[in-house]
Ligand binder design. Structure first.
Ligand code: TPP
Length: 328
């Protein structure tokens, strides 16, 4: 039987579907394990978890080459995993270990891994967007073919610097894809209170670039929208704005019980969970066998266990290290 199928006009071989499943499953399981480590006091500071939004990171990054660049946010574990950061170096960073991807001095909100084009998670809302545009300008100036993806939450959408950067990307025709993850809440503030339009991609029209709103819990839809945007950017046709409507299952950070939203709302999103959705898509259509999915899950569990062992055994960062990277 030919296991290759056309979905929405696009060819999705089994390997690609399994790779995307593996990546989404890895993000989810990483976040679940990290949550337990947080509760047991192993994680310094706080963490912003990505559970529920996996289809965005994976659908976008599946389109990227190793030398394409991403700029992430405070909720960046999923982006980094999808772009290929080694799990052990990432977990070590989150735990403040010297073996971490930022030598343990950055933590969850300052994770860099240039070998895979990961140019930082950041705690300043919206700050990644102008940086992404600057990187895209550099790429264009040097005549390179790489593309930059700027991930940001809908909470960043009204920042002045975000508008200025998007406008510059449009007028300079830069190879950048703006990915707005609309999970409805900026901490406790609903997007309904900060924007009169429901589809934020409409804002793209005001810059003169294409804008599209996608079901951010459908990895295939996100993949296809990003494919178009990345092709445009790589062919010197300029920027695109993609809005992905999605939901975070956990509170904003570990101190947030999320009492500003109802159980019914959370439950309605749990029914649209991107991971079982892709899993049943693959098995219902007999694109992959149940055993292959189990194998993938087993490999992921092993990788996470090894990462935990590595991070736990690694030495804590020496506090003196930190001042080396501070500029005044
Ligand atoms: C410039 C700035 N203002 C305020 C904050 C405090 N803050 C941290 S995260 C956050 C909400 C961000 O929401 P969103 O961009 O939608 O991302 P999400 O947390 O939903 O992933 C705020 C207001 C900040 N870090 N930076």
């Amino acid at each position: 039987m030919n296991k290759k199928k056309h979905i929405k006009g696009e060819l999705f071989p089994k390997e690609k579907l399994l790779r995307m499943y593996s990546s989404m499953y890895k993000i989810r399981r990483f976040e679940e394990k990290l949550h337990i480590m947080f509760l047991s006091g192993e994680v310094p500071g706080t963490i912003h978890q990505y559970n529920g939004q996996e289809a965005v990171a994976v659908g976008v990054c599946e389109n990227l080459h190793e030398d394409d660049l991403i700029i992430s946010t405070h909720r960046g574990h999923g982006h980094c995993i999808a772009k290929g950061i080694p799990l052990d170096k990432m977990l070590a960073e989150v735990l403040g270990k010297a073996t971490g991807c930022s030598r343990g001095v950055g933590g969850t909100m300052h994770m860099y891994y240039t070998e895979k084009g990961i140019l930082g998670t950041t705690g300043i809302v919206g700050s990644g967007v102008p940086v992404a545009v600057g990187l895209a300008l550099g790429i264009k100036y040097k005549g390179e073919k790489a593309v930059v993806v700027s991930f940001f939450g809908e909470g960043a959408i009204n920042q002045g610097g975000v508008h200025e950067a998007m406008n510059l990307a449009a007028i300079w025709n830069l190879p950048v894809v703006f990915v707005c993850e609309n999970n409805k809440y900026a901490v406790s503030t609903s997007i309904d209170k900060t924007s009169c339009i429901t589809d934020l991609s409409k804002r793209a029209e005001s810059y003169g670039i294409p804008g599209v709103t996608t079901d951010g819990n459908d990895v295939i839809e996100v993949y296809l929208a990003t494919k178009k945007a990345v092709e445009r950017a790589r062919n010197d046709l300029g920027a695109t704005f993609i809005e992905c409507k999605t939901y975070r299952y956990k509170g904003h950070s570990r101190s947030d019980p999320a009492i500003y939203r109802t159980k019914e709302e959370l439950n309605s999103w749990l029914k649209k969970d991107p991971i079982p959705r892709l899993k049943s898509y693959m098995s219902d259509k007999s694109l992959v066998e149940e055993g292959q999915i189990k194998d993938v899950e087993r490999q992921v569990e092993n990788e996470i266990s090894q990462a935990i062992e590595f991070a736990r055994k690694s030495p804590n960062v020496n506090p003196e290290e930190m001042s080396k990277y501070l500029f005044a």
